[in-house]
Design a protein around this ligand. Structure first.
Ligand SMILES: *[C@@H]1O[C@H](CO)[C@@H](O)[C@H](O)[C@H]1NC(C)=O
Ligand SMILES: *[C@@H]1O[C@H](CO)[C@@H](O)[C@H](O)[C@H]1NC(C)=O
Length: 167
């Protein structure tokens, strides 16, 4: 019994050591992967732009979201969560952020995409600040690995602006 217990313990210790080394190697090799993601977003149409009864500006877009995030996928990637946010400045807040679209990418094959969509979530402002407003569209991603820390980054696309009049 004594011998069996000792052996089991030795096997377990060895297994834990191997696992620890594998984890270390995984995080290590990930650091050598320098990804080169790309993103391009077009506002194809402004479907409507109005002030709601509550007095908040609201806008509906048709967007063309094109991205290639394939280089972010390694054998250690479980999935990626991506979202597109409109970011703009108002007298009250330096950064207003409104999520317009999001998605989960489960594999490298799906990490290259072109999506033609209206904004999935409301683009509305807590006030009437949107007329003639310049804004950025930022594509954020959170990479969930199988082992190790979650990775976050973004691509900022600048130079968008809203019309001066409601429609
Ligand atoms: C969306 O953008 C991509 C890349 O710029 C382009 O190839 C594609 O034709 C566009 N699609 C539409 C519907 O505009
Ligand atoms: C838009 O992006 C540019 C460049 O990254 C940045 O300087 C600017 O502050 C951004 N604007 C907002 C409102 O976040």
């Amino acid at each position: 019994m004594h011998t069996f217990g000792y052996r089991a313990n030795a096997v377990l210790t060895f297994a834990v050591m191997v696992l620890a080394l594998m984890c270390a190697a995984t995080s290590f090799t990930d650091k050598f992967n320098t990804p080169s993601p790309s993103a391009h977003v077009q506002v194809l149409n402004i479907n409507w732009f109005q002030k709601s009864i509550q007095g908040n500006d609201e806008v509906s877009f048709t967007l063309n979201i094109t991205a290639n995030l394939q280089s972010l996928f390694t054998w250690n990637t479980k999935q990626a969560f991506v979202f597109l946010a409109a970011e703009y400045e108002t007298p009250k807040n330096v950064l207003n952020q409104v999520s317009l679209w999001d998605g989960i990418i489960g594999s490298k094959e799906h990490a290259k995409f072109s999506i033609h969509t209206t904004n999935k979530y409301r683009f509305s402002d807590q006030g009437s600040n949107l007329r003639g407003k310049d804004f950025n569209l930022t594509l954020y991603w959170h990479i969930m690995p199988k082992i190790g820390k979650m990775l976050e980054d973004k691509i900022v696309l600048t130079g968008f602006s809203l019309p001066k009049q409601y429609s």
